[in-house]
Every structure is written in structure tokens, then in C-alpha cells.
Design a protein. Structure first.
Length: 497
């Protein structure tokens, strides 16, 4: 039984098919323990730390940081018995288990770019079938090929690429002393003779683009790349498959010396759409063009609610609890759902699924983008438990530690646009939900109170709902009940409970 184990990128739940390696938490040569976090991966829903499946010593890392890897692809190799001696020899003199051969998908995930006589920083590798480069990652500081430190056992770094070729060589080479490595002459990246995106004889294209070209029967070597460094994009492949000629590069015209400004790629920023941003775009587009949205608005005098919060903060048992207006809004929504359960439902084609539990989503703006984790079965929580759950949810989201499970299964959502100083909005429904409430900023405004114009604390609510399930009457009653609770929470609790 081989002591070298390949660790594949696991399925992180909810049908996710790929993840981006954000950061390696270990490096080649590290001794690791069982369940020790080894890599941080960003999926379309969250950034998660993945623990080691075995204890042992890290022998190879197959993908650098920033690489998007499909689920099931080998990402790291672990020697589960590092104390048994060198891998290259066994006690019987027979060759021991060599480093595992990564799959074609893992090799294809590495994008090669030309450099001036230097090996890609932090990588060791050589050409492999299919115009790819097999790599090992984690050999310390960035260095050129001439300065690469050798692996343990005195084998030069250049010779170590053999175990991770896409296929083993049919005949093992005779043991000879390695020849000294002569640094390659500097090579300037330039397009091939046909103007396509080639560097050092390789076609620059990401794995999904290569797969698309293969599926459509397009030869990448015949295409002109329009991406960075002349790399071939999906649009290039699709144009070739449809027979549409590629856009010709515009003629360069020298601007007059008196021109006030220039406009071009040097003053533009291109941000890849991936991770949370990609999932959000897909979900919002699908929801906006699937569910017929209706949005209603209600402006409420919440002066009494703000005073009630002040009294709550003064209570001894609440002094260590985060108390915010959003807490009362969440409580109002949960109580209004009990009065109008159809609001907490899902359109399922030929039936409507009404749920007697509320997984309350709270939209949170994070550095990775907008995410909507939810509090499971929030309707069963007391006000204190709800406050603690909301605090934990927000802190976890801000730290980027929200798990995919925490963002799955939501039934009803609140988005607090008021924290940005916005009065309200017309939010788009999360897929599978029938209602979402926008809570606007609480402002001191002139308001008619008891027949006189007085300064009062006022907010505006915006409720978007799926008109296939919720008609105008139901949506209006639900929104009105939320407003009544916020106008006088103490009286509403007495009347509704």
C-alpha cells in the first residue's frame, strides 16, 4: 500500500463544482497533523479552510494560489509514513512508491506565461503532454531556475519534475550525474507567426477555454488571442466556432500634443468575475427574470421603538448584548410571518411549498461581496437568542468564515440598506424565496404626531415579493403588520402573543 496519498479537492456542498485556492497554509516539507487546516479555498458561496485527511509530511502541492480547481482534482500529496526513510529507496532495494501522478485536470489548471529566462516563482516543472507544465509548489522563496535549491537527497530541482508528468516515461533513464544548468537567454513574449497568443511554443488559454475549444472542435493554435498577453478567451473560441471574424485591432493614431487626456486599456481595470460575485450575478439574473417582482413601500414613525431599544439596553441582563434597530425589524418579520404564513413559501412549478419554519436571511456586505447567511429556525428563538444569533452571523460574515451550509436553505430575507444612509430600495428576491424586506435609515424628520408637527424618528420599509404567490392584499397586510410592530412594539407584543 502506497505511503503517498493524494488529497483531492472535496465537494464543499450544495452542488459546488470548483473552488479557487486562496492561500496554502502549509508548504512542501511541513509535517502536518490529522485535521490540521492545510489550504483556504474560496467557492462561489464562502471561503473555507480545508483540513488534512491524513497526518504526515507534505511531499507536493499541485496548484499555486489563485488557481481555480475542479472538485475531485488532486491538490496536495502527503507522505503518511515520513519516518520510514527516503521515498526513492526501500529496504529491499526496490523502488518505493513514487510521488503520485496528478490528473490531466490538475495539470491543465496551471496557466503558463513567458518570463525572462526564469522559472515561474515558487514553481518547479517542465513540459508535459498537451502543451501544459507539470508543477510542484511550495519550495520557498521566489527564484530563477539557476538558483533553485535542490530537493532532499541531492537531486537537482530540475530533475524533480519527472514524478509529476502527465504520464510516466515508458523507459526509466539510466542514473547519470546531472548536467549543470545553464540559464536560458532572456525571451521577450511575442505572438506567433499567425498572430495568435503563443509563448515559448505554448498556446495561452485557461482550462475552461481549452475544454470549450475541444467540445466545439476549434484548434486553439489557429486563433488570435484577445486576452492578457495574447491569451485566448471564451469569446475567441465562440467566434471561431460560429465563423464570425475576429475584431481587428484598431489603427494606432498618435494624438496631438495638445490632447487633454488619453483613453485606453492603461486607464481601465478588469476584474475577473468569480466566487461570490459570480454566484450573486447568476442568482440575481435568474431571480429577476423568473419571479415577477412587486415592491411596496411603507414609511413608519419608529420613535417608540427606538425608546424601547434604549430601555432594553439599560437592563442588566442585556448590557453585554448588541441591540440594534435591525433586531426589532427581524422580530417584527418573524411575528408577521406567523400571521401570514403564505409569505414564507417557495414556488415549485406545479405547487407552492409553504414552510412552517423560518430560516431568516440577513444580507451582509463583505470584502468578498454580498452574501446572505441565514439563522436556522429563527422563529423558535427568544429575542435574546435572536440577538446573539444575529451578532454571530454578522461577525462570521465579516471575518469571511461563513460556511456554505449557513448560506443555504434561506426562506425569507432582510437587507439593511439603512446602514449605508439609504432610505430604502427595491431588492431582488433570493432564488427560492417569495419575499425580501429592505430596511432603510432611521432619520429624525418632521412628522404629524397627535395633530402637531414634531421631530420624530422615521424609517421607510420596502417589501419585494413574488406575485405568483403573494398578491397585493397579502403583501400589503404583511408589510402593514411589520410597520405596526415597529411603530409600537410593546403594544404589538401584547396584542399578537
Amino acid at each position: 500500500m502506497s505511503r503517498i496519498k493524494e488529497f483531492n479537492l472535496p465537494d464543499l456542498g450544495e452542488g459546488l463544482t470548483e473552488g479557487e485556492i486562496l492561500a496554502w497554509l502549509v508548504k512542501v516539507g511541513d509535517v502536518i497533523e490529522l485535521n490540521q487546516p492545510i489550504v483556504e479555498v474560496e467557492t462561489a458561496k464562502a471561503a473555507v479552510e480545508i483540513p488534512a485527511k491524513w497526518a504526515g509530511q507534505v511531499q507536493a502541492i499541485f496548484h499555486p494560489e489563485g488557481t481555480t480547481v475542479e472538485v475531485g482534482t488532486p491538490i496536495i500529496a502527503i507522505d503518511t509514513d515520513p519516518g520510514a526513510g527516503p521515498i526513492e529507496e526501500s529496504t529491499t532495494g526496490a523502488p518505493a512508491a513514487a510521488l503520485p501522478t496528478p490528473s490531466a485536470a490538475s495539470l491543465a489548471a496551471v496557466e503558463v506565461a513567458p518570463t525572462e529566462g526564469a522559472v515561474e516563482p515558487g514553481l518547479i516543472g517542465g513540459p508535459a503532454p498537451g502543451g501544459r507544465t507539470a508543477v510542484l509548489v511550495g519550495y520557498g522563496p521566489r527564484t530563477t531556475a539557476a538558483k533553485r535549491r535542490p530537493r532532499k537527497g541531492g537531486v537537482p530541482a530540475q530533475a524533480s519534475a519527472a514524478p509529476v508528468q502527465a504520464a510516466p516515461a515508458p523507459v526509466a533513464p539510466a542514473p547519470v550525474a546531472p548536467a549543470p544548468v545553464t540559464p536560458a537567454a532572456p525571451v521577450s513574449p511575442a505572438p506567433g507567426a499567425n498572430g495568435n497568443g503563443r509563448a515559448g511554443g505554448l498556446v495561452l488559454a485557461k482550462p475552461p477555454v481549452r475544454k470549450l475549444a475541444k467540445d466545439l472542435g476549434v484548434d486553439l493554435a489557429t486563433l488570435t488571442g484577445s486576452g492578457p498577453l495574447g491569451s485566448i478567451t471564451r469569446e475567441d473560441v465562440q467566434r471561431a466556432a460560429s465563423g464570425t471574424p475576429a475584431a481587428t485591432e484598431p489603427l494606432t493614431v498618435t494624438a496631438p500634443a495638445t490632447a487633454a487626456a488619453s483613453f485606453g486599456a492603461d486607464r481601465e481595470q478588469r476584474i475577473p468575475v468569480k466566487g461570490v460575485r459570480k454566484l450573486t450575478a447568476e442568482n440575481m439574473s435568474r431571480s429577476a427574470f423568473t419571479a415577477p417582482h412587486v415592491t411596496e413601500f411603507l414609511t413608519v414613525d419608529v420613535t417608540r421603538a427606538m425608546k424601547a431599544l434604549d430601555r432594553l439596553r439599560e437592563r442588566r441582563e442585556w448590557r453585554d448584548v448588541r441591540v440594534s434597530p435591525l433586531l426589532l425589524v427581524a422580530k417584527a418579520v418573524l411575528l408577521a410571518v406567523k400571521r401570514h404564513p403564505m409569505v414564507n413559501s417557495t414556488w415549485a412549478g406545479d405547487e407552492i411549498v409553504v414552510k412552517d419554519y423560518v430560516n431568516l436571511g440577513i444580507a451582509a456586505a463583505t470584502e468578498r461581496g454580498l452574501i446572505v447567511p441565514n439563522i436556522k429556525d429563527a422563529g423558535r428563538l427568544s429575542l435574546r437568542e435572536l440577538a446573539d444569533a444575529m451578532t454571530d452571523l454578522v461577525q462570521t460574515a465579516k471575518a469571511g468564515k461563513t460556511s456554505p451550509a449557513d448560506m443555504s436553505g434561506g426562506t425569507l430575507t432582510i437587507t439593511n440598506v439603512g446602514v449605508f444612509g439609504v432610505d430604502t430600495g427595491t431588492p431582488i428576491l433570493p432564488p427560492g424565496e417569495s419575499a425580501i424586506l429592505a430596511f432603510g435609515a432611521v432619520r429624525e424628520m418632521p412628522w404629524v404626531h397627535k395633530g402637531k408637527v414634531k421631530p420624530r424618528q422615521v424609517t421607510t420599509l420596502g417589501l419585494s415579493f413574488d406575485h405568483r404567490i403573494i398578491d397585493g392584499e397579502l403583501g400589503s397586510k404583511f408589510l402593514r403588520d411589520i410597520g405596526d410592530f415597529l411603530a409600537d412594539p410593546e403594544a404589538a407584543l401584547l396584542a399578537w402573543t
